[in-house]
Design a protein around this ligand. Structure first.
Ligand code: XMP
Length: 509
């Protein structure tokens, strides 16, 4: 039985970070909304309560039922979690007199406490709270303090229950991982055997048992998730997996052939479908970004459906869904507005009548990469920048023609190859070029030109939710700009996008 830690989420921005840190210690954990606590069977070794944007003093503050947990198994409350464990058990929480955000140093550490074992006396921690625990219930003992926050961490006598006001999961808490390790390994007694290799072994065994001799179809996109899902399934069921890779005509230059080739080299049974014409025909004359996305989504489904039905007796549809897509989020400020009809260009219809298998739905993105590496997938595939499903269609502002696609492919190729040649590719989270619906005047030789403008975009990010533009070296930008204008006919001006997200977005459409 897979032992695990349960993280109860109260809506903190850091909840997923707690999960990632625990998993970095090779302990499996799951995030659940505080009001949908799963059954505490013997696989659960301990529980962590997350932070929250709420104050425990709010009328609508989340109030979990901890009767099956507190005092019965190891429990750690972080920030809101720690305040909840004091306020509702006889302590008192008040608004902080001074703002307590950012770095702080511990002044007192009780290293005889199992939680704080090995933590240095002035360890740096990260605070982010508007409330302070001013008095603890009876039987709660302080195990760490800072100058301003007396109750930085505590333990409840005769229980394996702990609370901490600071965030051990945040990078700036320099010994945060040690504290989490003390909790999950020593206090909860987890064996720390959840590694990429063990994940591959168990997942392949599970897939074998689940799929038996059934046939499975998977859409490959060239991206990390579908590639890793494909290789895992291939290990489990070999030739019973058929992969479909659709060329929508909106990929990067030579991308389709190169990626298809590497899939075939890995031994995957993959069908490459040239659907360029169907996509471009349907997109002709369309300028609205959302309409473009919808058309591309629909044509992809139609193309995929036709190919999938050519596979006799196919029973399963595999998808590269990852954990952040399935975590049920605690809605704090109501459902967030849809800004773009994003993602899931491959959201396939229910009428396909296939059962769904999602081998990566327990993994975070960085874990997918590590699992890929453990299976020997080349870094050239695992380290690829994210690329949007609708591809160059949303980087050609305005209507799309085959000529514009070819022109943008050439420009994009110069930029991306330049990043690779100058060892900048891996320092950038995502890069690409936008073809603007603008012409500008220039001179070439003695001639006046009136040609297109392209905008280069390179951003740093961790998940695409927020991003900042990368300060690429001027010399590099100068060289790329020169190369583009000299080599690509039809472009006479190159600009660099220096907007962050928010308020801008990464793509221009
Ligand atoms: P934005 O432009 O919203 O992009 O800042 C954030 C991330 O999402 C990608 N993106 C998409 N991916 N289908 C996709 O599969 C889409 O329609 C889509 N739109 C944006 C974008 O490339 C970036 O990584």
């Amino acid at each position: 039985m897979q032992e695990k830690i349960i993280i109860l989420d109260f809506g903190s921005q850091y909840t997923q970070l707690i999960a990632r840190r625990v998993r970095e210690i090779n302990v499996y954990c799951e995030i659940h909304p505080f009001n949908k606590c799963p059954e505490m069977d013997e696989s659960v070794k301990g529980v962590i309560l997350s932070g929250s944007p709420h104050s425990v003093r709010d009328a609508e503050a989340p109030k979990p039922d901890l009767s099956a947990i507190k005092g019965k198994m190891p429990l750690l409350g972080v920030c809101y979690g720690a305040q909840y464990l004091s306020q509702f058990f006889g302590g008192e929480v008040q608004p902080s007199k001074t703002r307590e955000y950012g770095r702080a140093n511990l002044e007192f550490v009780d290293t005889t406490s199992e939680l704080m074992k090995g933590v240095s006396q002035h360890s740096q921690v990260w605070m982010s709270h508007g409330d302070t625990i001013v008095s603890l219930p009876e039987g709660y003992n302080i195990v760490a303090s800072t100058k301003d926050v007396k109750v930085a961490a505590y333990k409840i006598e005769n229980e394996q229950t702990y609370g901490m006001q600071f965030h051990p999961e945040v990078y700036h808490s320099t010994e945060g991982t040690l504290i989490l390790q003390n909790f999950v390994a020593d206090i909860c007694g987890c064996t720390q055997d959840w590694t990429p290799d063990s994940f591959v072994d168990t997942t392949v065994a599970d897939l074998k048992a689940k799929l038996g001799n059934d046939k499975v179809v998977l859409g490959l996109s060239g991206g990390v998730d579908s590639t890793v899902a494909g290789v895992l399934l291939h290990k489990a069921i070999g030739k019973n997996l058929t992969c479909i890779f659709v060329d929508n005509g909106l990929l990067r230059k030579d991308e389709f052939e190169a990626v298809l080739d590497s899939y075939q080299h890995m031994g995957l049974n993959v069908i490459g479908v040239d659907a360029k014409k169907a996509f471009l025909d349907e997109l002709a004359g369309v300028s609205d970004p959302e309409t473009k996305r919808k058309i591309i989504g629909r044509v992809f489904i139609e193309t995929f459906d036709i190919e999938a039905h050519k596979i006799q007796d196919v029973k399963w549809l595999a998808q590269g869904t990852i954990y952040p897509d399935v975590i049920e989020s605690v809605s704090v400020n109501g459902p967030s507005a849809t800004i773009k009809s994003h993602h899931n260009v491959g959201g396939l219809p229910e009428e396909m009548n296939l059962k769904v298998v999602e081998p990566l739905n327990l993994l975070f993105k960085d874990e997918v990469r590590r699992v890929g590496r453990a299976m020997g997938i080349a870094d050239s595939l695992l380290g690829r920048h994210p690329f949007p499903g609708p591809g160059l269609a949303i980087r050609i502002l305005g209507d799309i023609t085959a000529e514009k696609v070819t022109l943008l492919q050439e420009v994009d190729h110069i930029f991306i190859q330049g990043l690779k040649d100058n060892n900048l590719y891996d320092q950038v989270w995502q890069a690409g070029v936008m073809l603007l619906p603008v012409q500008s005047v220039g001179v070439m030789g003695d001639e006046r030109t009136y040609e297109k403008v392209v905008a280069l975009r390179a951003v740093a990010s961790t998940d695409g939710m927020t991003a900042d533009w990368v300060h690429l070296p001027y010399d590099f930008l100068a060289k790329v700009s020169n190369d583009i204008i000299n080599k690509v006919k039809g472009v006479n001006r190159v600009v660099y996008d220096i907007s962050s997200k928010p308020p801008a977005t990464i793509e221009w459409e």
